[in-house]
Ligand binder design. Structure first.
Ligand SMILES: NC(=O)c1ccc[n+]([C@@H]2O[C@H](COP(=O)([O-])OP(=O)(O)OC[C@H]3O[C@@H](n4cnc5c(N)ncnc54)[C@H](OP(=O)(O)O)[C@@H]3O)[C@@H](O)[C@H]2O)c1
Length: 286
């Protein structure tokens, strides 16, 4: 009997890699996203163990329908991988409140909705795993990433509370923190940053410099399989870690973030992103 896992955001990038990897490892996978047509490509892979399922984590009726379909299949979920996410980029002062809402509706409240839908059956079964996909940005908040980084900081806290609440019921919870990963995620972040360059104003020069640094991140990064392997470990380790970082090379910056005073990290970031120069330029040419 294969253990069943539901993965959100499986139509692209990390979620798609998780679906294929976990199915190859023997899981029965419910691969969920809004774009059902993209999910259809996964059908038939890995011995037919992937079932596409239409689901929008911001729309409760679609979550209910997905859970009903899984129950109708006679399946009790062993795992839930909360991977679906979006990124809203730009200066905090300029980012419209509706964009902030979109960020939190997906990255934070979406996870809460999915947990509320899937946890009861795991709790009743006395076993289960929940894996939330956070980000290195959930600990290290770069400028012009305020909405995204703060949503992933929320995922860190949410995951810690959840892990402590569900442990007595045999449901284990882990956070997987990717660093830069080569997926389509970065392209839409670049587009959003460009908008703030184009509109000019006080932040335009600094955003342009940050965008230039950010542009190199995703294309040169490892592929999503490194995250899929960490998710597999979180689902199968006898004693899963509270946190997995993928790729492992990001652990160094997370440790430094904990050790260094903020004043030092601020100066390092300003230097790396070229923002010390951006500030001076702006003061000279207001
Ligand atoms: N790539 C990176 O460098 C990186 C780094 C750190 C963390 N992460 C995190 O990893 C996760 C996956 O990112 P990725 O790089 O794989 O991005 P991606 O390629 O853009 O994929 C995002 C996925 O989320 C789904 N999604 C978005 N909104 C949704 C909604 N309302 N309901 C259901 N599905 C939704 C999309 O599917 P549909 O549009 O079909 O619904 C898509 O499958 C995110 O949580 C992201 O924050 C990524």
């Amino acid at each position: 009997m294969h253990q069943s896992v539901l993965i959100t955001g499986a139509s692209s990038g990390i979620g798609e890699a998780c679906a294929v990897h976990l199915a190859h490892k023997g899981f029965r996978v419910y691969a969920a996203a809004r774009r059902l047509e993209k999910l259809k490509d996964l059908e038939g892979l890995a011995g037919g163990r992937i079932t596409p399922i239409a689901l929008d984590i911001t729309a409760p009726d679609t979550i209910e329908a997905a859970m009903k379909k899984i129950a109708d299949d006679g399946v009790t979920l062993f795992g839930l991988v909360n991977n679906a996410g979006v990124s809203v980029m730009g200066p905090i002062e300029k980012t419209p409140i509706d964009e902030w809402r979109r960020q939190y509706e997906t990255n934070v409240f979406g996870i809460v909705r999915m947990v509320q839908a899937a946890l009861p059956q795991m709790r009743e079964a006395g076993r289960g795993r929940i894996v939330n996909i956070g980000s290195v940005a959930g600990r290290i908040a770069a400028p012009f990433q305020g909405a995204y980084a703060s949503s992933k900081h929320a995922v860190e806290g949410l995951t810690d509370s959840l892990r402590r609440e569900t442990a007595p019921f045999g449901v284990k919870v882990s956070l997987v923190r990717p660093g830069f990963i080569n997926t389509p995620f970065g392209e839409q972040e670049q587009d959003q940053l460009q908008k703030y360059v184009d509109e000019g104003g006080a932040y335009a020069d600094a955003v342009r410099k940050f965008k230039h640094w950010h542009a190199k991140g995703h294309p040169t990064a490892p592929g999503p399989i490194v995250v899929a392997e960490a998710v597999h470990a979180a689902l199968t380790d006898e004693h899963p870690h509270s946190r997995y970082t993928a790729p492992i090379s990001n652990v160094g910056s997370l440790v430094m973030r904990n050790l260094l005073p903020s004043a030092v990290t601020d100066r390092v970031m300003a230097r790396v992103f070229g923002l010390d120069a951006a500030g001076k330029t702006h003061k000279q040419n207001p």
